[in-house]
Write a protein that binds this ligand. Sequence first.
Ligand code: ADP
Ligand code: IOM
Length: 380
Amino acid sequence: MMSLRLTRGILKNNAIRSYSRAPCEIIEILESGFETLSQSKSKSLLKKHLTREILDKIKTKVTPSYCSTLLDCIQSGLCNHDSGVGIYAPDPEAYSTFSELFDPIIEDYHKGFKKADKHPATCFGYGSDFPNLDPEERFIVSTRVRCGRSLKDFPFNPCLTKKDYRHLECMITKVLKTLCNDHAGKYLPLSCMEPEQQQKLIDEHLLFKEGDRFLQDANASRFWPTGRGIFINKNRTFLVWVNEEDHIRVISMEKGGDLGRVYERMIIGVESLAHSLKFSHDKRLGYLTFCPSNLGTTIRASVHIKLPNLGADRAKLEELANKYNLQVRGTAGEHSEAKGGVYDISNKRRLGLTEYQVVLEMHKGISALIDAECQAGSQK
Ligand code: ADP
Ligand code: IOM
């Protein structure tokens, strides 16, 4: 049996899509990766749902248009046992071709979205539906709402060519140039950025990080930094990431807890882009994204928050957050640690609810955590 290191070595040394491997080689890597994952302590949804029966059913399948294999979907999860999810869709058809595996993972992540369920039509509501979460500025450092979009007729990262990256960047930046008022800004291609400027933007939580091993092992960082970049408005409160995990990430953020204002800015931004760009959308799964955790509304509404009393016991904080369908991340985002007592807490599920309902779930949950923090403080 091949060890995890060997599996990883084979995958990494050949940064190629698996269709250029012989089918028997793909099966061999899948079998060995499956054995190693099954025996590991991984808590990923991939490990939980990839059974022998499912593996045997889908291990020889390929998607009709891009010939993506199961290995293209799960190689990141096979290499990184600390993945939360561990599976990505190399192209939109992967969600149906490998539905035996994607569906239970989607149901688990999005808390009960079943095979027969249909994602509701878009309904953003209004920013004014959401009062400031922390008007006295005691707990919340900053608030951020993001959503992801993929452009119709393009596959996701692993299947994109260098030419596709350039083409996507060109289409997206052309539209970004037309944004006005608060949303007007400028596009900075990653390839023209000095390393110091790049690091500064990462440290300020504006830019995506470099060298994410989960994305690299999913074959999502090919031709880096070609086609990648960030659009920033004058106030640095509205950002668009180009060709990172998804073709587009629309982000609104600012200091403090005014969720309504942040959300409203994101809605205007994404709706402006939708006038000129056609997005990849599915009747059942809503907006399509590279990672199944982002399907549907694709919204992650988060606060950077200090909860000294609740945070004293991270396990308890997680348990309480889970009760409100919230997810706790570290200060530098997914797979990072909390620094200086600052947690990133956001809605977990994004599929099966409208945008309004997703943000409401986050608003209610964060309000409840702040109440619990105050109560814990008064009992001291
Ligand atoms: P996403 O998938 O939403 O882009 P990540 O976990 O990769 O999330 O985080 C991306 C960046 O956004 C990180 O630098 C993270 O610290 C930052 N971030 C997330 N939420 C907030 C927030 N409320 N305030 C400031 N920065 C934030
Ligand atoms: N969205 C993706 N970056 N993530 C869920 C990776 C993982 O932990 O599996």
